[in-house]
Design a protein around this ligand. Structure first.
Ligand SMILES: Cc1cc2nc3c(=O)[nH]c(=O)nc-3n(C[C@H](O)[C@H](O)[C@H](O)COP(=O)(O)O)c2cc1C
Length: 365
């Protein structure tokens, strides 16, 4: 099934492998991408992956999470972003843009006045961000909608809302980060409102036909955090919000349970969130993408054939081998070379991310 096409809303993917959003750290201080980012996406498209999701892009200057993050916060960004979509289309690929706001989870000192649902500390410890006023919440919703409009204008095939990993939408959803007692916090319905309003506002901007995806932190993995039943209820409601597909992830910084597990080994401990997907599947009447620790073709096929997910989403394996889909399809290898030692991030002096793990063996094509 891995190499069968699939329909996501109005978009047809050539196969069921996607590159999950991966912050490339390839933009200048204004958030303008360096030419290397186009080359990275072109290599991924050439390597056969069905859908590329860009690294997260900030929808408002206050949401820039780390240096080198790409910006989609202003119409002036559109021209440079269009070069990214063009590079992928020239290789016959498809690309979605991931839109995000860091909220309280922004690198210290990077943003003048970090903003969050509530002024509670983030972990690892950061000074508490300021509680967003109602006007600021309305501005944030509009910032997501305008970012989606810019993504469509720039030629991306879809937009993905980042609602995982402790960033702003996840902060509103999570009772750990959202302690408000107005219409934006407290009950489940109130905590969901920010996401609902963003989804509706995006639809108004991009129209009925444009694919809108979400990456959802389906569970915080922390006491008193978002639990899997909450995750299921959010997924049940996504179609009403006009969302076309959900990528399942989880973990919030407060839980210390991060979404990027180290030490994944092919055939040993793959598919980190699969047990969740099995439980969430019943609630999902839209295509499900599963990310986290998929390494061997056998496990990817099994996930698809069991119905636990419709699309396999990969991050670290495609940093290591952008042409992994073609390698699997041609039978050059049956698993990713990635050893999940988490040395992908840019180190001081590096331009962008790259695979730096020791012990990686790449099979010659
Ligand atoms: C270098 C790096 C950057 C990442 N950047 C993002 C991002 O921008 N947005 C996002 O949703 N997830 C991001 N992630 C998480 C991945 O998309 C993915 O959920 C996680 O790595 C688990 O998948 P894997 O086991 O295939 O690597 C990043 C992960 C890594 C290693």
């Amino acid at each position: 099934m891995l190499f069968d096409p699939i329909q996501i809303g109005t978009m047809t993917l050539r196969n069921r492998m996607m590159r999950s959003a991966t912050a490339e750290v390839l933009a200048d201080e204004q958030g303008t991408p360096f030419p290397q980012l186009s080359s990275m996406y072109a290599a991924l498209a050439k390597g056969g992956v069905g859908l590329i999701v860009t690294g997260h892009m900030y929808v408002q200057a206050s949401g820039k999470a780390h240096p080198g993050m790409t910006g989609i916060h202003d119409d002036a960004c559109i021209e440079a972003l269009a070069t990214l979509a063009d590079a992928v289309h020239a290789e016959g690929g498809k690309i979605a843009v991931q839109i995000n706001h860091g909220g309280r989870q922004v690198r210290e000192g990077l943003v003048a006045d970090p903003i969050a649902p509530t002024a509670v500390d983030a972990k690892p410890p950061k000074p508490a961000a300021k509680e967003a006023s109602i006007d600021e919440i309305e501005d944030l919703i509009d910032a997501y909608a305008q970012a989606a409009r810019r993504g469509k204008r720039a030629g991306f095939d879809a937009v993905q809302i980042h609602a995982a990993h402790g960033y702003l939408v996840n902060q509103f959803l999570s009772p750990l980060a959202n302690r408000r007692n107005d219409e934006w916090g407290g009950s489940f319905d109130h905590r969901l409102r920010f996401l609902e309003r963003i989804a509706y506002a995006i639809r108004v901007e991009v129209g009925e036909e444009y694919p809108v995806l979400i990456k959802l932190g389906a569970r915080d993995e922390a006491d008193d955090g978002l639990c899997l039943d909450d995750g299921a209820e959010i997924i049940r409601r996504l179609p009403e919000m006009g969302i076309d597909a959900v990528e399942i992830s989880g973990g919030i910084a407060d839980s210390g349970a991060f979404n990027i597990g180290a030490g994944v080994e092919a055939g040993v401990n793959e598919a980190t969130f699969r047990p969740w997907a099995t439980r969430l599947r019943d609630a999902a009447s839209l295509p499900v993408m599963l990310v986290g620790g998929m390494r061997s073709q056998a496990v990817m096929e099994d996930v698809l054939e069991s119905g636990d997910a419709d699309v396999i989403s990969l991050c670290r394996p495609l940093i290591c081998e952008p042409d992994l889909p073609l390698r699997l399809q041609k039978g050059i290898q049956d698993a990713a070379a990635c050893v999940s030692k988490n040395r992908c991030w840019a180190r001081k002096g590096d331009v962008g991310i790259s695979c730096k793990c020791p012990g990686v063996v790449r099979v010659a094509a």
